[in-house]
Design a protein around this ligand. Structure first.
Ligand code: SF4
Ligand code: SF4
Length: 456
Protein backbone atom coordinates (compact mmCIF):
# COMPACT_ATOMS: atom_id res chain seq x y z
CA UNK A 1 0.00 0.00 0.00
CA UNK A 2 1.24 3.49 -0.74
CA UNK A 3 -0.21 6.96 -0.20
CA UNK A 4 -2.22 8.43 -3.04
CA UNK A 5 -0.69 11.18 -5.17
CA UNK A 6 -4.12 12.87 -5.09
CA UNK A 7 -4.24 13.54 -1.34
CA UNK A 8 -4.76 17.04 0.08
CA UNK A 9 -4.77 17.99 3.76
CA UNK A 10 -6.16 20.79 5.91
CA UNK A 11 -5.43 21.24 9.61
CA UNK A 12 -8.29 22.33 11.84
CA UNK A 13 -8.90 22.40 15.61
CA UNK A 14 -10.05 18.77 15.95
CA UNK A 15 -7.46 17.15 13.70
CA UNK A 16 -6.46 16.97 10.05
CA UNK A 17 -9.02 16.71 7.24
CA UNK A 18 -7.84 14.73 4.24
CA UNK A 19 -9.36 14.95 0.77
CA UNK A 20 -8.68 12.47 -2.00
CA UNK A 21 -9.30 13.83 -5.48
CA UNK A 22 -9.61 10.39 -7.12
CA UNK A 23 -12.50 9.28 -4.90
CA UNK A 24 -13.86 12.67 -3.79
CA UNK A 25 -13.79 11.53 -0.15
CA UNK A 26 -13.07 13.70 2.86
CA UNK A 27 -11.98 12.19 6.18
CA UNK A 28 -11.02 13.53 9.57
CA UNK A 29 -7.81 11.87 10.74
CA UNK A 30 -5.39 11.95 13.63
CA UNK A 31 -1.94 13.47 13.44
CA UNK A 32 -0.51 9.94 13.46
CA UNK A 33 -2.46 8.99 10.32
CA UNK A 34 -1.60 12.29 8.66
CA UNK A 35 2.11 11.81 9.36
CA UNK A 36 2.02 8.20 8.16
CA UNK A 37 0.40 9.26 4.88
CA UNK A 38 3.09 11.86 4.39
CA UNK A 39 5.99 9.59 5.24
CA UNK A 40 4.88 6.59 3.22
CA UNK A 41 4.85 4.54 6.43
CA UNK A 42 1.26 3.34 6.52
CA UNK A 43 1.76 -0.40 7.00
CA UNK A 44 0.93 -0.56 10.71
CA UNK A 45 -2.08 1.74 10.67
CA UNK A 46 -5.25 0.11 12.00
CA UNK A 47 -7.24 2.39 9.67
CA UNK A 48 -5.47 1.02 6.59
CA UNK A 49 -8.51 -0.67 5.06
CA UNK A 50 -10.79 2.35 5.42
CA UNK A 51 -8.01 4.58 4.09
CA UNK A 52 -7.77 2.28 1.08
CA UNK A 53 -11.53 2.33 0.55
CA UNK A 54 -11.51 6.12 0.59
CA UNK A 55 -8.52 6.29 -1.75
CA UNK A 56 -5.94 7.76 0.63
CA UNK A 57 -3.75 4.71 0.04
CA UNK A 58 -3.74 2.32 -2.89
CA UNK A 59 -2.06 -0.70 -4.40
CA UNK A 60 -0.61 -0.86 -7.90
CA UNK A 61 -0.70 1.95 -10.46
CA UNK A 62 -3.23 4.50 -9.26
CA UNK A 63 -3.64 6.14 -12.66
CA UNK A 64 -4.95 2.83 -14.02
CA UNK A 65 -7.98 3.22 -11.76
CA UNK A 66 -8.72 6.63 -13.27
CA UNK A 67 -8.12 5.35 -16.78
CA UNK A 68 -10.49 2.43 -16.10
CA UNK A 69 -13.22 4.91 -15.12
CA UNK A 70 -12.55 6.90 -18.32
CA UNK A 71 -12.77 3.75 -20.45
CA UNK A 72 -15.82 2.30 -18.74
CA UNK A 73 -17.82 5.48 -19.34
CA UNK A 74 -16.79 5.41 -22.98
CA UNK A 75 -17.87 1.76 -23.19
CA UNK A 76 -21.41 2.54 -22.07
CA UNK A 77 -23.83 2.33 -24.96
CA UNK A 78 -26.99 3.48 -23.21
CA UNK A 79 -26.33 7.25 -23.23
CA UNK A 80 -27.62 9.63 -25.87
CA UNK A 81 -26.63 13.28 -25.48
CA UNK A 82 -28.30 15.42 -28.14
CA UNK A 83 -27.24 18.99 -28.82
CA UNK A 84 -29.64 20.45 -31.36
CA UNK A 85 -28.62 23.52 -33.36
CA UNK A 86 -31.58 24.60 -35.51
CA UNK A 87 -29.78 27.80 -36.53
CA UNK A 88 -26.38 29.40 -36.13
CA UNK A 89 -27.88 32.80 -36.76
CA UNK A 90 -27.97 35.19 -33.82
CA UNK A 91 -29.59 38.48 -32.89
CA UNK A 92 -26.36 39.62 -31.20
CA UNK A 93 -22.74 39.65 -32.32
CA UNK A 94 -20.57 39.10 -29.25
CA UNK A 95 -16.96 39.80 -30.25
CA UNK A 96 -15.59 36.56 -28.76
CA UNK A 97 -18.28 34.24 -30.19
CA UNK A 98 -16.67 31.27 -31.91
CA UNK A 99 -19.66 31.02 -34.25
CA UNK A 100 -19.46 34.50 -35.77
CA UNK A 101 -18.08 33.02 -38.99
CA UNK A 102 -21.04 30.74 -39.54
CA UNK A 103 -23.90 33.21 -39.38
CA UNK A 104 -25.23 32.62 -42.85
CA UNK A 105 -26.04 28.98 -42.39
CA UNK A 106 -29.60 27.82 -43.04
CA UNK A 107 -32.30 27.14 -40.46
CA UNK A 108 -33.32 23.50 -40.09
CA UNK A 109 -35.49 22.63 -43.08
CA UNK A 110 -38.56 20.41 -42.73
CA UNK A 111 -36.49 17.63 -44.31
CA UNK A 112 -33.70 18.08 -41.79
CA UNK A 113 -36.18 18.06 -38.91
CA UNK A 114 -37.65 14.77 -40.14
CA UNK A 115 -34.20 13.30 -40.74
CA UNK A 116 -33.16 14.37 -37.23
CA UNK A 117 -36.11 12.50 -35.74
CA UNK A 118 -35.18 9.41 -37.78
CA UNK A 119 -31.59 9.75 -36.56
CA UNK A 120 -32.79 9.88 -32.94
CA UNK A 121 -35.02 6.83 -33.47
CA UNK A 122 -32.04 4.91 -34.84
CA UNK A 123 -29.88 5.78 -31.83
CA UNK A 124 -32.70 4.72 -29.47
CA UNK A 125 -33.00 1.45 -31.37
CA UNK A 126 -29.29 0.85 -30.67
CA UNK A 127 -30.17 0.80 -26.96
CA UNK A 128 -29.31 4.42 -26.12
CA UNK A 129 -32.11 5.05 -23.67
CA UNK A 130 -30.69 7.60 -21.18
CA UNK A 131 -31.35 10.77 -23.13
CA UNK A 132 -30.27 14.35 -22.54
CA UNK A 133 -31.33 17.02 -24.97
CA UNK A 134 -30.29 20.66 -25.20
CA UNK A 135 -31.18 23.40 -27.67
CA UNK A 136 -28.16 25.43 -28.72
CA UNK A 137 -27.29 27.94 -31.44
CA UNK A 138 -26.62 30.65 -32.61
CA UNK A 139 -29.69 31.86 -30.83
CA UNK A 140 -32.20 29.00 -30.86
CA UNK A 141 -35.15 31.29 -30.12
CA UNK A 142 -34.70 32.79 -33.59
CA UNK A 143 -36.11 29.41 -34.63
CA UNK A 144 -38.70 29.32 -31.84
CA UNK A 145 -41.40 27.57 -33.86
CA UNK A 146 -38.99 24.76 -34.68
CA UNK A 147 -37.85 24.52 -31.05
CA UNK A 148 -41.46 24.26 -29.87
CA UNK A 149 -42.69 21.74 -32.42
CA UNK A 150 -39.53 19.62 -32.40
CA UNK A 151 -39.44 19.51 -28.59
CA UNK A 152 -42.82 17.83 -28.60
CA UNK A 153 -41.90 15.50 -31.44
CA UNK A 154 -38.59 14.54 -29.81
CA UNK A 155 -40.28 13.82 -26.47
CA UNK A 156 -42.76 11.56 -28.28
CA UNK A 157 -40.01 9.76 -30.22
CA UNK A 158 -37.96 9.20 -27.06
CA UNK A 159 -40.98 7.87 -25.17
CA UNK A 160 -42.05 5.53 -27.98
CA UNK A 161 -38.47 4.33 -28.36
CA UNK A 162 -38.30 3.32 -24.70
CA UNK A 163 -35.99 6.19 -23.70
CA UNK A 164 -35.99 8.53 -20.72
CA UNK A 165 -35.45 12.25 -21.12
CA UNK A 166 -33.37 12.92 -18.03
CA UNK A 167 -34.22 16.29 -16.51
CA UNK A 168 -36.41 17.34 -19.43
CA UNK A 169 -35.11 19.42 -22.30
CA UNK A 170 -32.80 22.41 -21.84
CA UNK A 171 -32.08 25.52 -23.85
CA UNK A 172 -29.11 27.88 -24.06
CA UNK A 173 -30.20 31.38 -24.95
CA UNK A 174 -29.13 35.00 -24.75
CA UNK A 175 -32.61 35.83 -23.37
CA UNK A 176 -33.22 38.72 -25.76
CA UNK A 177 -36.40 36.93 -26.91
CA UNK A 178 -37.12 35.08 -23.67
CA UNK A 179 -40.02 37.08 -22.28
CA UNK A 180 -42.50 35.54 -19.87
CA UNK A 181 -44.86 34.36 -22.60
CA UNK A 182 -42.03 32.62 -24.45
CA UNK A 183 -40.78 30.97 -21.26
CA UNK A 184 -44.31 29.66 -20.69
CA UNK A 185 -44.42 28.25 -24.22
CA UNK A 186 -41.07 26.52 -23.71
CA UNK A 187 -42.19 24.99 -20.43
CA UNK A 188 -45.39 23.75 -22.07
CA UNK A 189 -43.39 21.60 -24.54
CA UNK A 190 -41.17 20.02 -21.89
CA UNK A 191 -38.24 22.44 -21.68
CA UNK A 192 -37.39 22.64 -18.01
CA UNK A 193 -34.11 24.56 -17.80
CA UNK A 194 -32.66 27.62 -19.48
CA UNK A 195 -29.03 28.65 -19.37
CA UNK A 196 -28.74 32.36 -20.06
CA UNK A 197 -25.35 33.88 -20.81
CA UNK A 198 -24.51 37.49 -20.07
CA UNK A 199 -21.19 39.25 -20.36
CA UNK A 200 -21.32 42.98 -19.65
CA UNK A 201 -22.43 45.68 -17.32
CA UNK A 202 -24.30 47.73 -19.95
CA UNK A 203 -26.62 46.15 -22.52
CA UNK A 204 -26.18 47.74 -25.95
CA UNK A 205 -28.58 45.53 -27.91
CA UNK A 206 -25.79 44.47 -30.23
CA UNK A 207 -22.45 43.27 -28.91
CA UNK A 208 -22.81 43.41 -25.16
CA UNK A 209 -25.22 41.41 -23.05
CA UNK A 210 -25.39 43.68 -20.04
CA UNK A 211 -27.41 43.77 -16.85
CA UNK A 212 -28.25 47.49 -16.90
CA UNK A 213 -29.36 49.76 -19.72
CA UNK A 214 -27.79 53.10 -20.58
CA UNK A 215 -29.85 54.86 -17.88
CA UNK A 216 -28.59 52.49 -15.18
CA UNK A 217 -31.92 50.65 -14.83
CA UNK A 218 -32.05 46.83 -14.98
CA UNK A 219 -31.76 45.77 -18.62
CA UNK A 220 -34.33 43.89 -20.63
CA UNK A 221 -32.21 40.77 -20.09
CA UNK A 222 -32.59 41.02 -16.32
CA UNK A 223 -36.34 41.51 -16.75
CA UNK A 224 -36.48 38.44 -18.97
CA UNK A 225 -34.45 36.35 -16.56
CA UNK A 226 -36.85 37.25 -13.76
CA UNK A 227 -39.87 36.45 -15.93
CA UNK A 228 -38.37 33.17 -17.15
CA UNK A 229 -37.82 32.04 -13.56
CA UNK A 230 -41.61 31.91 -13.18
CA UNK A 231 -41.72 29.01 -15.64
CA UNK A 232 -38.24 27.49 -15.98
CA UNK A 233 -35.26 26.61 -13.84
CA UNK A 234 -32.76 29.30 -14.84
CA UNK A 235 -28.95 29.28 -14.62
CA UNK A 236 -27.26 32.55 -15.50
CA UNK A 237 -23.74 32.15 -16.82
CA UNK A 238 -21.52 35.23 -16.74
CA UNK A 239 -18.83 34.96 -19.41
CA UNK A 240 -15.58 36.43 -18.11
CA UNK A 241 -13.19 37.92 -20.66
CA UNK A 242 -10.31 40.39 -20.71
CA UNK A 243 -12.78 43.07 -21.70
CA UNK A 244 -15.25 42.69 -18.83
CA UNK A 245 -13.31 41.24 -15.90
CA UNK A 246 -13.02 44.60 -14.13
CA UNK A 247 -16.82 45.06 -14.29
CA UNK A 248 -17.58 41.67 -12.76
CA UNK A 249 -18.15 42.77 -9.15
CA UNK A 250 -20.69 45.38 -10.29
CA UNK A 251 -22.38 42.91 -12.68
CA UNK A 252 -22.82 40.44 -9.82
CA UNK A 253 -24.06 43.24 -7.53
CA UNK A 254 -26.78 44.08 -10.05
CA UNK A 255 -27.89 40.44 -10.23
CA UNK A 256 -27.94 40.26 -6.42
CA UNK A 257 -29.93 43.50 -6.21
CA UNK A 258 -32.50 42.01 -8.60
CA UNK A 259 -33.16 38.89 -6.61
CA UNK A 260 -30.90 36.63 -8.68
CA UNK A 261 -28.35 35.65 -6.01
CA UNK A 262 -27.63 31.95 -6.11
CA UNK A 263 -28.73 31.43 -9.70
CA UNK A 264 -25.62 32.67 -11.47
CA UNK A 265 -22.16 31.27 -12.04
CA UNK A 266 -19.06 32.46 -13.87
CA UNK A 267 -17.20 30.89 -16.78
CA UNK A 268 -14.02 31.83 -18.59
CA UNK A 269 -14.36 32.86 -22.23
CA UNK A 270 -12.10 30.60 -24.29
CA UNK A 271 -10.42 31.45 -27.55
CA UNK A 272 -8.75 28.39 -28.96
CA UNK A 273 -7.10 30.34 -31.78
CA UNK A 274 -5.50 32.69 -29.27
CA UNK A 275 -4.36 29.93 -26.94
CA UNK A 276 -3.03 27.50 -29.49
CA UNK A 277 -1.48 30.23 -31.61
CA UNK A 278 -3.04 28.49 -34.61
CA UNK A 279 -5.61 29.54 -37.10
CA UNK A 280 -8.52 27.18 -37.17
CA UNK A 281 -8.39 25.41 -40.47
CA UNK A 282 -12.01 24.71 -41.22
CA UNK A 283 -11.09 22.68 -44.30
CA UNK A 284 -14.77 23.13 -45.00
CA UNK A 285 -13.73 26.46 -46.46
CA UNK A 286 -13.37 24.60 -49.72
CA UNK A 287 -17.02 23.58 -49.44
CA UNK A 288 -18.54 26.70 -47.94
CA UNK A 289 -16.27 29.54 -48.97
CA UNK A 290 -15.59 30.35 -45.32
CA UNK A 291 -12.17 31.74 -44.49
CA UNK A 292 -9.96 30.29 -41.83
CA UNK A 293 -10.58 31.72 -38.40
CA UNK A 294 -7.51 33.80 -37.63
CA UNK A 295 -6.03 34.13 -34.21
CA UNK A 296 -6.84 37.52 -32.67
CA UNK A 297 -4.27 40.32 -32.70
CA UNK A 298 -5.12 41.39 -29.13
CA UNK A 299 -5.75 39.11 -26.15
CA UNK A 300 -9.48 38.52 -25.67
CA UNK A 301 -9.29 36.11 -22.79
CA UNK A 302 -8.23 36.21 -19.17
CA UNK A 303 -5.29 33.86 -18.59
CA UNK A 304 -6.21 30.57 -16.94
CA UNK A 305 -4.38 31.27 -13.67
CA UNK A 306 -5.69 34.84 -13.54
CA UNK A 307 -9.20 33.55 -14.12
CA UNK A 308 -8.83 31.06 -11.25
CA UNK A 309 -7.67 33.92 -9.00
CA UNK A 310 -10.66 36.01 -10.11
CA UNK A 311 -13.00 33.20 -9.03
CA UNK A 312 -11.25 32.92 -5.67
CA UNK A 313 -11.27 36.63 -4.96
CA UNK A 314 -14.56 37.79 -6.45
CA UNK A 315 -16.95 34.90 -7.04
CA UNK A 316 -16.44 32.29 -4.34
CA UNK A 317 -16.94 34.74 -1.45
CA UNK A 318 -20.47 35.30 -2.81
CA UNK A 319 -21.39 31.62 -2.63
CA UNK A 320 -23.85 30.75 0.10
CA UNK A 321 -22.04 27.93 1.84
CA UNK A 322 -19.05 25.73 1.22
CA UNK A 323 -21.28 23.01 -0.27
CA UNK A 324 -21.48 25.10 -3.45
CA UNK A 325 -17.82 24.24 -4.03
CA UNK A 326 -18.42 20.50 -3.99
CA UNK A 327 -19.03 20.23 -7.75
CA UNK A 328 -15.47 21.46 -8.28
CA UNK A 329 -14.21 18.66 -6.03
CA UNK A 330 -16.26 15.88 -7.61
CA UNK A 331 -14.25 13.34 -9.64
CA UNK A 332 -15.17 13.02 -13.31
CA UNK A 333 -14.99 10.15 -15.76
CA UNK A 334 -14.70 12.58 -18.69
CA UNK A 335 -14.59 16.35 -18.95
CA UNK A 336 -17.64 16.36 -21.27
CA UNK A 337 -19.76 14.01 -23.34
CA UNK A 338 -17.79 14.74 -26.54
CA UNK A 339 -14.97 12.39 -25.51
CA UNK A 340 -17.37 9.72 -24.24
CA UNK A 341 -18.71 9.01 -27.70
CA UNK A 342 -22.32 9.66 -26.65
CA UNK A 343 -22.68 13.24 -27.88
CA UNK A 344 -24.43 13.99 -31.14
CA UNK A 345 -24.37 17.66 -32.15
CA UNK A 346 -26.74 18.21 -35.07
CA UNK A 347 -26.22 21.49 -36.92
CA UNK A 348 -28.52 23.48 -39.26
CA UNK A 349 -27.42 21.54 -42.34
CA UNK A 350 -27.82 18.20 -40.57
CA UNK A 351 -24.11 17.56 -40.00
CA UNK A 352 -23.46 15.51 -36.88
CA UNK A 353 -20.35 16.02 -34.80
CA UNK A 354 -19.17 15.25 -31.29
CA UNK A 355 -18.48 18.75 -30.04
CA UNK A 356 -20.42 21.99 -29.57
CA UNK A 357 -17.50 23.81 -31.12
CA UNK A 358 -17.94 21.81 -34.32
CA UNK A 359 -21.50 22.95 -35.12
CA UNK A 360 -21.41 24.48 -38.59
CA UNK A 361 -18.03 22.96 -39.44
CA UNK A 362 -18.62 20.06 -41.85
CA UNK A 363 -14.94 19.13 -41.75
CA UNK A 364 -15.33 18.20 -38.08
CA UNK A 365 -18.53 16.17 -38.58
CA UNK A 366 -18.64 12.40 -38.79
CA UNK A 367 -21.96 12.00 -40.57
CA UNK A 368 -25.10 13.85 -41.66
CA UNK A 369 -28.66 13.01 -40.62
CA UNK A 370 -29.60 12.93 -44.29
CA UNK A 371 -27.33 9.99 -45.03
CA UNK A 372 -27.32 8.32 -41.67
CA UNK A 373 -29.16 5.03 -41.69
CA UNK A 374 -26.40 4.12 -39.32
CA UNK A 375 -23.97 6.95 -38.60
CA UNK A 376 -21.54 6.06 -41.37
CA UNK A 377 -18.39 7.27 -39.70
CA UNK A 378 -16.03 9.70 -41.24
CA UNK A 379 -13.12 7.54 -40.21
CA UNK A 380 -10.78 10.41 -39.52
CA UNK A 381 -13.10 12.41 -37.26
CA UNK A 382 -14.46 9.37 -35.47
CA UNK A 383 -11.02 8.08 -34.65
CA UNK A 384 -9.80 11.57 -33.68
CA UNK A 385 -12.26 11.54 -30.79
CA UNK A 386 -11.85 7.87 -29.96
CA UNK A 387 -8.06 8.21 -29.90
CA UNK A 388 -8.24 11.15 -27.53
CA UNK A 389 -7.36 10.48 -23.93
CA UNK A 390 -5.88 12.78 -21.28
CA UNK A 391 -3.52 9.89 -20.55
CA UNK A 392 -1.73 10.63 -23.81
CA UNK A 393 -0.45 13.92 -22.37
CA UNK A 394 2.37 14.00 -19.86
CA UNK A 395 1.12 17.27 -18.33
CA UNK A 396 -2.14 15.52 -17.43
CA UNK A 397 -0.75 12.20 -16.27
CA UNK A 398 1.60 14.09 -13.92
CA UNK A 399 -1.16 16.41 -12.71
CA UNK A 400 -2.55 16.23 -9.18
CA UNK A 401 -6.01 17.38 -10.25
CA UNK A 402 -6.38 14.96 -13.17
CA UNK A 403 -9.39 13.15 -11.61
CA UNK A 404 -11.25 16.46 -11.27
CA UNK A 405 -10.37 17.94 -14.67
CA UNK A 406 -9.79 14.91 -16.89
CA UNK A 407 -7.83 16.97 -19.37
CA UNK A 408 -10.33 19.81 -19.76
CA UNK A 409 -11.96 20.76 -23.07
CA UNK A 410 -10.53 18.36 -25.65
CA UNK A 411 -11.42 20.29 -28.81
CA UNK A 412 -8.13 22.23 -29.14
CA UNK A 413 -6.18 19.01 -28.70
CA UNK A 414 -8.34 16.98 -31.09
CA UNK A 415 -8.53 19.51 -33.90
CA UNK A 416 -6.06 22.34 -33.30
CA UNK A 417 -2.82 20.66 -32.33
CA UNK A 418 -2.80 22.41 -28.95
CA UNK A 419 0.54 22.16 -27.21
CA UNK A 420 -0.46 23.56 -23.83
CA UNK A 421 -2.88 21.74 -21.53
CA UNK A 422 -6.33 23.37 -21.31
CA UNK A 423 -6.25 23.45 -17.51
CA UNK A 424 -9.45 24.12 -15.65
CA UNK A 425 -9.47 26.70 -12.86
CA UNK A 426 -9.40 23.95 -10.23
CA UNK A 427 -5.75 23.34 -11.16
CA UNK A 428 -4.80 26.66 -9.55
CA UNK A 429 -7.28 26.78 -6.68
CA UNK A 430 -7.69 23.25 -5.38
CA UNK A 431 -6.02 23.85 -2.03
CA UNK A 432 -8.23 26.88 -1.33
CA UNK A 433 -11.36 24.89 -2.31
CA UNK A 434 -10.37 21.97 -0.09
CA UNK A 435 -9.58 24.37 2.78
CA UNK A 436 -13.01 26.00 2.56
CA UNK A 437 -14.97 22.75 2.34
CA UNK A 438 -12.88 20.90 4.94
CA UNK A 439 -13.34 23.66 7.49
CA UNK A 440 -17.13 23.55 7.05
CA UNK A 441 -17.69 19.77 6.98
CA UNK A 442 -19.00 17.88 10.00
CA UNK A 443 -16.86 14.73 10.27
CA UNK A 444 -16.39 11.98 12.83
CA UNK A 445 -12.93 12.04 14.50
CA UNK A 446 -11.77 8.66 13.21
CA UNK A 447 -10.70 7.89 9.67
CA UNK A 448 -12.16 4.41 9.99
CA UNK A 449 -15.63 5.85 10.52
CA UNK A 450 -15.38 9.15 8.73
CA UNK A 451 -15.65 10.13 5.13
CA UNK A 452 -17.86 12.54 3.32
CA UNK A 453 -18.48 12.01 -0.32
CA UNK A 454 -18.11 14.94 -2.68
CA UNK A 455 -20.88 13.67 -4.82
CA UNK A 456 -23.27 13.86 -1.86
S1 SF4 B 1 -14.81 19.24 -26.26
FE1 SF4 B 1 -14.82 21.31 -25.38
S2 SF4 B 1 -15.96 22.60 -26.85
FE2 SF4 B 1 -16.40 20.45 -27.33
S3 SF4 B 1 -18.32 20.00 -26.22
FE3 SF4 B 1 -16.58 19.36 -24.89
S4 SF4 B 1 -16.15 21.16 -23.57
FE4 SF4 B 1 -17.43 21.86 -25.32
S1 SF4 C 1 -5.66 19.92 -18.48
FE1 SF4 C 1 -4.33 20.81 -16.89
S2 SF4 C 1 -5.53 20.67 -14.96
FE2 SF4 C 1 -6.49 19.31 -16.48
S3 SF4 C 1 -5.58 17.31 -16.07
FE3 SF4 C 1 -4.38 18.27 -17.73
S4 SF4 C 1 -2.67 19.32 -16.69
FE4 SF4 C 1 -4.24 18.86 -15.12
Amino acid sequence: MQPSRYNYFVRRADGVVGFNARTGKFALMTDAVFEALNSDDTHNLRELESLRTMGFVHEGEERDLIDARFRSMRARKDYLHLTLVPTLDCNLACPYCFQNKYRDSPVWSAETQNATLDFIKQRLAEGRREVQCVWFGGEPLLAKDIVLSMSERISAVVASGGGRLNGGLRILTNAVLLDGATARELAAVGIKRAQISIDSLVYDGCKRRGVIDKTGAPSVLVHHIRQAKEHLSVDVRINVSAENVDDMPRIMDVLDENGLSGCYGVARVHNHEEETGNERDLVSGAKTGLPKIPRPAEPTTVGRKDYADFELDHFMPRLSGAAKLLPKLTPKGHFCAATQGHMFVIDPAGFVSRCWHSAGVPSEAFTNVHDAVAPAPDAENTSAWLDYSPFRYRACTDCKVLPLCMGGCAHPRVFMDAKKPPCEAIKFQIQECVDTVAKALVLEPDASAAGADCAG
